[in-house]
Ligand binder design. Structure first.
Ligand SMILES: [Zn+2]
Length: 639
């Protein structure tokens, strides 16, 4: 529904992939590189951010934005994973050698050329997520590429940087961060603007993610990999989208953003077609409608006004229908304006006339509002914001600016991703003067010794892997090829190395490839299956908790009921029986059907085996059952 012809649209996407490296210690100190479970009760420090001028004398728009929001930052510093470096009370130590080695390995796998010397730089960050007000970052390599069926995608740079503090929440204008994550080494891989479809964006992200994982030296789990996307269409703007944590969301994010830009350009055309007056939209036209809305059916509006707040209205002549202008699933032009109101004014949101009657404003009140302001119900629109007056004015100032931007098209913004793949306004894009050298850290020469150590982590070439899967793991050529092309390649390798003693590699491969595929075809939501869950299934299998025939049933049950595999085994009654239990079942069966068994004589085996396997429903291995049945039958004969 939101899909467009991306060629005609001139869609351009670039990716920035951030992945935590699995090192012992942090990038610029000796604290362990790990997240703590329970930071509550840790020592706390409080800071306020200042917008200082850069060396070129200009104030960064993104920094100014944060400064104007006037927030305080509260940092929790768990002593086991933080020191004076995270608190910015002590200079950083030299760069972590292990992280450099892993980064060099990744650079090599991406065919990028390493720099001769690593120079650490400071990059201004404005959201308080670094105690120092900047993030340390160092280019490791430049100019690689990754192959893709829609064309080669260039790798612009491979960079090593420190992860930011972990945001725990926000209350009453104070943002709370935990410093455990600050300083964990991150690799950042930036592609060129060479991606031209939503599917390609997702595919390339997977490919890069896979190379990272195949080094065996990256952290795993939610939040350890984060993607930023730069997306534009012809005539639109390069929009930065931050913080996509799930790779499978990427194609949706691209699809929705292309649609949003396309619809904003159509909105501009409609505004121009209607010949609307940009200069007429101004704070001077704001009207206080508190007294009128005091009688509305909206509890929210009434309580704001009763608590001394105001409800202000901005008339928008000729805008009828444009505030409700569709920009994607659940997103309208009014939603974009509400984002600005929230982010700049700290208000809860806004009400616009294209969504009325509603929100406790009925037809009669709506008519009254239109009438008393001399507006035309057929043509005009308006926006209402209710809160403390100061906040309302702040919010309207930016809402008006945003409406004016619609006369031009797509404003340059940094946006954040929502759960469903749509995005919301986060802040203006930072200016370019954001980097300067970190003088506390000496440059590091890339020596042959470092490069030799890096070679240990460069992932094995795919043709070598293929050969190994066929010759050593015993996979068919077809299955080996499928595994190598699959997103489960790293998982497959991990599971084989863990459970090989008890589980055949071919069973692992065919489960990840064929079983999941046929379950998907049945309509089972296998995308909801985490790798951790799949790993658990094989762990239980390797312990002999159930027989391999039950794997599809377990996966189906886990996906449908959202339970752990151990619970599925319990509920499905497929826990594997011990030999004693099987023996008891076989004995009982023969006892009850003695006449039939005796009558069949030498042919009794097939009969008993078939019926007992039915009773067992996969709770025992055929081989073991067969042995027991033979033994029991021969003892009958001997009688
Ligand atoms: Zn530290």
């Amino acid at each position: 529904m939101y899909r467009l012809d991306y060629k005609e649209l001139g869609l351009i996407v670039g990716l920035e992939i951030h992945q935590q490296l699995d090192t012992e210690t942090k990038l610029f100190c000796n604290c362990p590189a790990r997240i703590v479970d329970n930071p509550e009760g840790s020592p706390v420090i409080i800071r306020r951010l200042r917008a200082s001028r850069s060396e070129l004398g200009e104030i960064d728009p993104a920094a100014l934005f944060e400064y104007q929001r006037g927030r305080l930052f509260k940092y929790l510093a768990p002593p086991e994973v933080t020191c004076l470096v995270e608190l910015d009370e002590e200079p950083p130590h030299p760069i972590n050698r292990e992280a450099v080695i892993i980064a060099l390995a990744i650079a090599k796998a991406l065919h990028a050329s390493h720099v001769d010397e690593i120079h650490v730089m400071r990059k201004i960050v404005v959201d308080g997520s670094n105690t120092s007000g900047f993030q340390r970052t160092a280019v490791i390599a430049l100019g690689g590429y990754i192959d893709d069926e829609e064309g080669v995608v260039r790798i612009q740079s491979v960079t090593l940087e420190e992860d930011s503090a972990r945001k725990l929440g926000e209350e009453d204008g104070t943002v709370i961060y935990c410093l455990d994550r600050l300083g964990i080494p991150l690799i950042e891989i930036s592609t060129g603007p060479d991606i031209h479809s939503p599917e390609q964006a997702e595919r390339v992200a997977y490919k890069i993610g896979m190379i990272l994982r195949l080094t065996g030296k990256v952290k795993r789990g939610l939040g350890t990999i984060r993607q930023d996307l730069n997306i534009s269409i012809k005539g639109g703007s390069k929009i930065e989208i931050k913080g996509v944590q799930r790779l499978e969301l990427i194609s949706k994010v691209v699809e929705y953003e292309a649609y949003r830009q396309y619809r904003l350009l159509q909105l501009r055309n409609e505004i121009l077609r209607r010949g609307l007056d940009k200069n007429g939209i101004s704070e001077e036209t704001l009207v206080d409608v508190s007294s009128m809305l005091r009688e509305s059916g909206s509890k929210l509006l009434r309580s704001v006004i009763e608590r001394g707040g105001v409800a202000m209205l901005l008339p928008l002549r000729g805008f009828k229908g444009l505030l409700g202008w569709d920009l994607g699933p659940g997103r309208r032009f009014g939603t974009e304006l509400a984002d600005y109101a929230r982010q700049w004014g700290g208000v809860r949101g806004l009400i616009h006339s294209d969504e009325l009657p509603g929100y406790g404003i009925d037809e009669a009140l709506l008519k009254k509002i239109y009438g008393s302001l001399g507006l035309d119900m057929e043509k005009d629109a308006f926006i209402i914001i209710a809160d403390q007056k100061e906040k309302v004015l702040k919010a309207f100032k930016m809402v008006i600016e945003r409406i004016k931007m619609a006369f031009e098209g797509v404003p340059r913004e940094t946006r954040a991703v929502n759960e469903d793949g749509t995005t919301h306004y986060m802040r203006p894009q930072p200016g370019s003067a954001r980097m300067y050298p970190e003088t506390d850290i000496p440059p590091l020469r890339i020596t042959n010794e470092l490069l030799r150590e890096a070679d240990k982590y460069v992932p094995e070439p795919l043709e070598v892997k293929m050969k190994r899967f066929i010759e050593d793991h015993g996979l068919s050529r077809e299955l080996a090829e499928q595994v190598i092309r699959s997103r489960y390649l790293p998982l497959y390798e991990e599971l084989v190395s863990k459970y090989r003693g008890n589980v055949q590699p071919s069973l692992i491969a065919s489960t990840l490839i064929n079983t999941l595929k046929s379950l998907r075809a049945e309509g089972v939501d296998t995308d909801s299956l985490s790798e951790e869950t799949l790993g658990e299934i094989f762990e239980l299998l390797s312990k002999g908790m159930f027989s391999k025939e039950a794997i599809p049933d377990i996966i189906r049950y886990v996906c449908e009921k959202r339970v752990r595999p151990s619970k599925a085994i319990e509920d499905l009654g497929i826990r594997k029986l011990s030999s004693e239990e099987v023996e008891k079942i076989v004995e009982d069966f023969i006892e009850k059907n003695r006449l039939e068994v005796v009558k069949r004589g030498d042919k009794a085996y097939g009969y008993v085996m078939g019926r007992v396997m039915e009773i067992l429903r996969g709770r025992a291995d055929g081989k073991i059952v067969s042995e027991i049945v033979r033994r029991k039958l021969s003892s009958i004969k001997a009688e």
